[in-house]
Design a protein around this ligand. Structure first.
Ligand SMILES: C[S@@+](CC[C@H](N)C(=O)[O-])C[C@H]1O[C@@H](n2cnc3c(N)ncnc32)[C@H](O)[C@@H]1O
Length: 262
């Protein structure tokens, strides 16, 4: 089976090599679903054509050095352009209060934003000793009366002992080349490797948030993956003010955040 989709700007050719691949009872059904998939792919190419017009030049090479215990500057931990994402993510999981788990403390910017909501408790998992000394400890001293628990560990080593939460905020980064290859290169979204842990540690109706490196929608692959673990999700497009010399490998003037509900 061969299909060609031609537009003014591009041509997509699909060759299905295996007769039993997408093989419903009727040929017309096969045509309908394959044509729909090609149409969607073409629409995505047209969307990318528009979105890439606004890209900043930025960085295109990823630094893969070991950083589990690295001494990092504030901007190396998280660049300021990500702050609007933190605000939207904090609101997504904390606005209704309850017990909140935050994975990855970093500079504590999202932690401040979570504390602005009427939450009952705030559990924070952080693995980097220097982040805890230089960022968590001064931050914690602002909130002496609050119910805050630090778990100094990799999340992989402690999450099973932490119980259930109303909201989970996930914002880590790959700690080395292996994690980069596994969680970024081989995955539809970095947070995917955390999905089943999030689902397992949420109370019924609880919500999980993360950002995805997608510009203005969620890919179908990403949606399939989310719906394996969560009953529903919402997507918010957050406009970003990108520096032209951004060090992270992100260049678009928006990014999506996801709120997935168990
Ligand atoms: C990008 S920063 C978080 C920024 C934070 N949201 C803020 O607003 O400042 C990511 C943090 O996750 C921590 N981290 C990365 N991998 C981790 C892991 N597997 N377990 C625990 N912490 C991790 C890093 O040490 C770093 O402090």
């Amino acid at each position: 089976m061969k299909r060609i989709k031609r537009t003014e700007n591009f041509e997509v050719t699909l060759v299905v090599k295996e007769d039993n691949f997408i093989n419903p009872p009727k040929a017309a059904q096969r045509n309908a679903v394959v044509n729909r998939a090609l149409k969607e792919f073409s629409a995505e190419l047209n969307a990318l054509n528009e979105q890439t017009k606004n890209f900043v030049p930025g960085e295109t090479v990823v630094g893969l050095s070991e950083r589990g215990q690295a001494q990092l500057t504030a901007q190396e931990i998280m660049e300021d352009w990500q702050i609007p994402l933190m605000k939207a993510m904090a609101k997504a999981i904390a606005e209704d209060g309850g017990d909140i788990l935050e994975v990855g403390f970093g500079r504590g910017i999202s932690a401040d934003m979570i504390q602005e909501h009427p939450i009952d408790s705030h559990t924070i998992i952080e693995c980097n000793d220097l982040v805890i000394e230089q960022h968590f400890k001064p931050w914690k001293s602002k909130y002496t009366a609050k119910n805050i628990r630090l778990v100094h560990s990799l999340w992989q080593d402690c999450i099973d002992d932490l119980g259930l939460f109303d909201g989970i905020f996930f914002h880590t980064y790959p700690l080395n080349e292996d994690e980069y290859m596994q969680y970024v290169n081989a995955s539809i979204t970095f947070a995917e490797h955390f999905f089943h842990h999030a689902a397992k540690h949420l109370k019924p109706g609880g919500s999980f948030t993360y950002f995805s490196n997608e510009i203005a929608s969620l890919s179908r692959e990403h949606q399939h993956m989310l719906l394996k673990y969560f009953s529903s999700f919402s997507v918010h497009i957050i406009p970003l003010d990108m520096p032209t010399d951004v060090k992270d490998t992100w260049w678009a003037d928006s990014m999506v955040i996801i709120k997935a509900v168990k």
